[in-house]
Design a protein around this ligand. Structure first.
Ligand code: ATP
Length: 512
């Protein structure tokens, strides 16, 4: 098994080689942290989006969709707090001239302490076998207790300092912990400064009268400002949700991890409007529901964990991340936030319009509370891709590269091959393409030996290959080859749609 760095490098080069992801404007040497999705990438991305949309919107009678624009009235961002507070604390290393997020440097230090604790736990588990009582061990073992306490204290102190805008203390913490630049090892740091992440742009032709606009840094505000439009026209009753997918833009300080942190990316967000006082119940509900959605894809339960926030954003009274085990470790994939009535209230104040709901049961009007689920589509893409790519050693000692993308998400569902380019086999293969193309994205391939064609589809992530051979002419059956098991079954052409539906349906995936 390749180590994690190598694996990540393989994922990046494989993504390019198989038409998933290209650097943006590559012929001009690219634009940092901006990427394009190729012929396979666009399909995978669309399928992830669809998988999310169906589970959120179609599976919940009280959730509807929205598509708000990227440009919004600039007061939106004043009200939401983004103009004043959408900042990251940045710090530069004087020797390497590299720029870092101060909070990330500290979080990584804290994560190392957690890894040390985990090592102790794993060692003890091995030593004590079945008698191991983890609960007791982590509360009594001196080193584990020390690592965990230290970790908590560090994160709490950072949270306090950031909250109080005490950037000098954030720097002091970095110095006290003797955190070094991960690249150069140097401990010569500049002061910590705040940096606003919003991209600005101008509306209007003349420089004098142009209005300052922003490219939205999150899709959520488009939902808040449309809250009453949707509630009234959709006759929605609380609790209800509004879901939206779309581009967001952030001028990230450090963007070095491929599509994990991009400057232009896509979010899939849902804001769930609830009665004040019921938000924490719904927060728990959505934490569980969203984790279930992730687990339904089968990327491995052990690859997910919750991370409860110590430092709450200015709008939240509870927040957790669903973290995924990326090739570079566990990192945030999705956020679930109890946002209180902060946003709607702020928009009421800044717009002078009421954004309230009349609750027929309580016979009173109120500003609803909001629970948000927010996942990055591109990060989800990276989770799927990095989990799927494998080098397998086969029984005969050969190796194969295979991408075990969940079939419901795979860009191409089936590749259809005539065994030979003659004897009427291509015509039958074309017939199968005609039969399946209404429901699935399928591909016809007649080039090279069939074994090579199988390997090509394994590496591209296609779950099924259908081969037409001479027997097909006699009995109208074909072979259906499974990407993961490499097993082949003989199946009648007319049974193919039903057979594929069995393993590639939203219903079967979303209910597992
Ligand atoms: P981080 O701490 O990693 O910067 P965040 O907490 O700022 O993320 P949110 O504002 O909660 O992120 O955004 C919700 C989701 O949007 C994240 O969970 C992530 O999946 C995605 N996301 C945020 N920033 C980026 C980015 N620069 N590139 C790709 N996806 C992103």
């Amino acid at each position: 098994m390749a180590n994690n760095d190598d694996h990540f490098k393989n994922v990046i080069s494989h993504a390019k080689e198989y038409g998933y992801i290209f650097g943006s404007s590559e012929i001009y040497d690219g634009l940092s942290a901006v990427y394009d999705y190729g012929q396979n990438g666009v399909e995978l991305k669309k399928n992830i989006r669809e998988y999310w949309w169906r589970s959120m919107v179609y599976m919940h009678q009280n959730i509807v969709g929205l598509d708000a624009s990227i440009l919004m009235h600039p007061t939106t961002w004043k009200a939401s707090g983004h103009v004043d507070a959408f900042n990251d604390p940045l710090i530069d290393n004087k020797d390497s001239k590299k720029r870092y997020r101060a909070d990330v440097l500290i979080e990584e230090y804290a994560e190392k302490l957690e890894q040390k604790a985990q090592k102790e736990i794993a060692k003890a588990k091995k030593r004590f076998g079945d008698d191991f009582d983890e609960e007791q061990f982590v509360t009594t073992h001196p080193r584990v207790v020390r690592y965990r306490t230290e970790q908590k204290e560090i994160l709490q102190r950072m949270a306090r300092s950031l909250e109080a805008e005490d950037l000098a203390d954030v720097k002091a913490l970095i110095e006290e912990l003797e955190i070094a630049d991960p690249i150069s090892g140097s401990r010569e740091w500049t002061d910590v400064r705040q940096f606003n992440l919003m991209f600005g742009t101008k509306l209007g032709a003349s420089a004098d009268s142009a209005t300052q606009l922003y490219l939205r840094p999150e899709t959520a505000q488009g939902i808040f400002v449309n809250f009453l439009n949707v509630q009234k026209t959709g006759r929605m009753k609380i609790p209800f949700g509004i879901a939206q997918t779309g581009k967001a833009f952030r001028n990230e300080i450090v963007a070095r991890q491929f599509i994990f942190r991009m400057r232009e990316f896509e979010q899939m967000e849902m804001q769930f409007f609830v009665r004040p006082g019921e938000e924490l119940k719904w927060y728990e509900y959505w934490k569980e529901t969203r984790l279930k959605w992730h687990l339904s894809l089968g990327l491995g339960e052990e690859n997910y964990r919750f991370h409860d926030h110590e430092k709450l954003a200015h709008y939240a009274n509870a927040a957790a991340d669903i973290e995924f085990n990326f090739p570079f470790g566990f990192k945030e994939l999705e956020g679930i936030h109890s946002r209180t009535d902060f946003d709607l209230k702020a928009h009421e104040e800044h717009s002078g319009k009421k954004l309230q709901f009349f609750d027929p049961e309580l016979k009173e009007s109120y500003v609803p509370y909001v629970v948000e689920t927010s996942i990055g589509l591109d990060r989800m893409f990276l989770a799927v891709l990095s989990n799927a790519l494998q080098e397998e050693t086969l029984e005969d000692g050969n190796t194969r590269t295979v991408m075990k993308i969940p079939s419901i998400l795979a860009p191409v569902k089936a590749a259809i091959f005539p065994l030979l380019k003659k004897d009427g086999l291509p015509e039958i293969a074309e017939e199968i393409v005609e039969l399946l193309k209404w429901d699935y994205n399928v591909l016809y391939d007649e080039k090279d030996a069939v074994g090579r064609r199988y390997r090509r589809q394994d590496a591209a992530g296609t779950p099924y290959c259908i081969t037409v051979d001479h027997q097909t002419k006699e009995d109208r059956t074909v072979t259906l080859r499974d990407r993961d098991t490499m097993e082949q079954e003989r199946i009648a052409i007319e049974d193919l749609p039903q057979r594929l539906r069995k393993s590639i349906s939203f219903q079967s995936w979303l209910t597992t």
